[in-house]
Design a protein around this ligand. Structure first.
Ligand SMILES: *Cc1c(COP(=O)(O)O)cnc(C)c1O
Length: 369
């Protein structure tokens, strides 16, 4: 008997059974598909900033391109110093990533093995499951509570093998929010040897009542690691830059495992400028707040059920979500189907500019009635 040995067949089962991350459809792809110019396509699918990026960030990225012959600062000193000043931290408490996705993956590589487990919630951000699986770790998935994290269930699910707990606040794709009080009570009860990863990709969108200073909790909880990104409110998703903040010993491990040049020089330069442009951040918050109200009112009028979102998107229920998604594509609009999250009746709609939200609502009104 002959056996056909192949490297692919000998990859670990947990790698061979990976299902790749499903991103929002790229504009160019739909443009080709429906034979329309890219400018005619409206993408409200990946929670990108509809204003673009700050003019200062753009200028900094373009200036950095001039020197892109050189390797980036592998230490990211300029950006880490800017973040340390901005958040009043020490730069040895900060690790930079090629997007915060890179950091989530680094966390899994540093702390998870096939002998360990990670806890995360049903309907939590898909990257937690992927990072956990890439490390071969056991997944402990707790049922959602009102589509959000059930912190009591997550606490109860932590077992002797658990090394990491992932929490997104606000969560993607549900937009659900956990208050500072809920989170602090949870964090205080997690065993000190278990790393709590608090993913705050959307924290800048919280309103005044929800806003809290989670970074101030770090001195009390050496097992807390907070991740943030420049992809969302800062509008730099295509440049790939995010960061993790936590205990220096944990940050040191992430820095040993990461690639030496994981954040490009244009990304580092743009992020420094973006962090400083508070007018742009405030303007982005206003556009999001107004767009949220506009979309909510429009969807209410159409009788469409929505999840309560604290982020820059609205997750809404449709009787024929897959058909609505396909019909919107034909109209040149991209939203995000959530069947891969186990939410086949829901679509996630990123909040756009006023005329973009109107275009979507007009199309939906025709499709629903
Ligand atoms: C968008 C998002 C991120 C950020 O991803 P980047 O890799 O930084 O672009 C992280 N976590 C959640 C929950 C997100 O929705």
């Amino acid at each position: 008997m002959t056996t056909t040995a192949s490297p692919a067949a000998l990859a670990p089962d947990y790698i061979r059974s990976l299902q790749p991350y499903q991103p929002g459809q790229p504009i160019e792809e739909l443009a080709r598909q429906i034979n329309r110019p890219p400018e005619a396509i409206l993408k409200l699918a990946s929670n990108e900033n509809p204003l673009g990026m700050s003019a200062a960030a753009r200028a900094a990225a373009i200036a950095a391109i001039e020197h892109a012959r050189l390797y980036p600062d592998g230490n990211g000193s300029g950006l880490k110093d800017a973040l340390a000043r901005h958040w009043q931290l020490d730069s040895n408490q900060i690790a930079l990533g090629n997007g915060s996705n890179d950091l989530l993956d680094l966390i899994a590589r540093c702390f998870l093995t096939p002998a360990c487990a990670a806890v995360y919630s049903q309907y939590a951000f898909a990257v937690y499951a992927l990072a956990c699986q890439c490390a071969g770790a056991r997944h402990i998935v707790t049922p959602a509570l009102d589509f959000g994290h059930d912190l009591a269930a997550m606490l109860a699910a932590i077992d002797a093998d658990t090394r990491v707990v992932f929490i997104a606040n606000p969560n993607n794709p549900t937009g659900t929010f956990l208050s500072a009080a809920q989170l602090q009570a949870f964090i205080a009860k997690v065993p000190p040897e278990v790393l709590i990863v608090l993913d705050e990709a959307y924290s800048e969108y919280l309103d005044d009542e929800q806003r809290h200073d989670s970074l101030a909790w770090l001195p009390n909880f050496p097992n807390l690691l907070i991740t943030r990104t420049f992809s969302k409110i800062h509008g730099l998703a295509g440049l790939r830059v995010g960061y993790a903040v936590g205990n220096a010993a944990i940050i040191d491990l992430l820095n040993r495992v990461r690639q030496p040049f994981n954040v490009s020089s244009p990304a580092q330069a743009a992020a420094c400028a973006a962090l400083a442009d508070e007018d742009f951040i405030r303007q982005s918050q206003r556009v999001n707040r107004d767009g949220m109200a506009q979309l909510r009112a429009g969807l209410d009028q159409l009788g469409v059920t929505q999840m309560p979102s604290s982020a820059n998107f609205i997750t809404a229920r449709f009787d024929h979500a897959a058909a609505i998604h396909a019909a919107l594509q034909q109209e040149g609009m991209i939203v995000r189907p959530l069947a891969n999250y186990g939410l086949p009746d829901w679509l996630r709609i990123s909040i756009g500019l006023e005329h973009e939200n109107s275009r979507l609502l007009t199309a939906l009104a025709k499709l629903i009635n």
